[in-house]
Ligand binder design. Sequence first.
Ligand code: NOJ
Length: 527
Amino acid sequence: MEHPLYVIVFFSLLLGLTRCAGNMKTFPQDFEFGAATSSYQIEGAWNVDGKGWSMWDHLVRTTPEHIVDMTNGDTAAKSYFFYKRDVQMLKELGVKNYRFSISWPRILPYGRPDYVNPYGVAYYNALIDELLANGITPFVTIYHWELPQNLNEQGGWLNDEVVNWFGDYSRVLFQNFGDRVKHWMTINEPHVHCHLGYEIALIAPLISVPGVAYYECSRNILLAHARAYRIYEAEFKSTQRGEVGFVTCMEWGVAESNSTNDKDALENFQALTIGQHMNPIFSESGNFPQKLIDLVNSASIRQGLNESRLRPFTQEQIESIRGSADFLGLNHYTSRIIYRNESLNGTFPVPSIYDDTFYGDYPHPSWFFHGGYVYEYPRGFYDLLIHLKDNYNIPKIYITENGAPSLRGEGRLNDTHRVRYFREYLSAMIDAIDEGVNVRGHFAWSLMDNFEWTLGYTVRFGIYDVDMEDPERKRTPKKSALVYKEIARSRIIDYNYDADPYTPSAASGRNLSIFITLLLATLKVLL
Ligand code: NOJ
């Protein structure tokens, strides 16, 4: 009578495990996990050790009302002082990679390389060395929106000279850090930077010349990116043997209906927000999508201009941009429903990028709202990855940002909504990998709570909480950090795994007890 009982226990346990396994998704063997931040959002020390002003330092001093809670990044998470704790967090998470950015004016206070700030160089040397000493690989963003104010006053991304400025700055970084940094990303999110910074004046440098400045900014960013890539290729690659990638943020669009109008609007949306930056680098044409060229050209003619507001590239520029990335850094957060905006007349300025592309967008009401602009639709992530595979020649992809915000105070450590977001998005990503999309790694945005640009500290993206009232800026893992850690360790997404952010050891205790029970049951059956 004894045996059947153990047999029953054993098989029920096995059955339970198999059921769990049915829920589990596995990452490829060489898939890498990481976390990401950017300099202005975490470093603080805005005027310490000879750092120059960036256009954000200028914005928060001259027009503080642009930040919803009137805060700024002056001190932020104080990573300039507590970077060793940041590295410890990465170790705690058990991840392999850290994506961070270098502050241009901390290295070149006036933007140009005639004066290199030794303290700025020393800070990033210390951070890089600390990472390497702890077995973490640095992925460095050269530019995450901190244009030196001096260069901003000379026209910034609207001045064609910026291509030289950016190239020279990149060379300084390759010279100083390239012996240890092997993964570079040039410029973070051209569409977002140029749209919010130059079309609608929402972020620095608060410029709004609709339908003109956005395209100039995007064009110069592509050229500046290519310049840095070619400098690395010609002067550093043979000795440093690293790689240089390009980071862009893409949302997925879902047509509101099957109507020709909505499908057409979706194509316009994709040409503007995806193709504009992807086609020049990752397609044979080396140029903007024909759809976008035609749209802006016909609108410009309609408006009585002699030439398109989307300035064409020369053949030489096309050659330089085409193929100028060893990998794509994809930042992805959310999706939108796209429709043809019939009621456009009078709604948007003419010219503007909206008038050029005449699509409307909104989040589907059934998508869970996390805060900021993030609505949860993991299927969109899968569809976007498949779209990229089907339309571009991309050597490999890293998901350089992905995550969800919490509204301040909501589920501060017990962030179950973020846990679900990560599981669902990672799961959609695995499905895409299974379909042949070459995704090599994922970086959670963000390693810690930080300054979310014009939203200040009202939304928090960190998987580590940062106590912004504490002079020591105490960092505490949220539930999402513990779950991300378990995913990185086990290399599976286990929906049954739970973690209590207040007693982190509870979860591993639970695993151990399941293991011992199983072992005992097995032994008893066998003996
Ligand atoms: C993209 C940007 O790169 C980053 O700076 C920002 O904080 C996150 N998205 C979240 O909005």
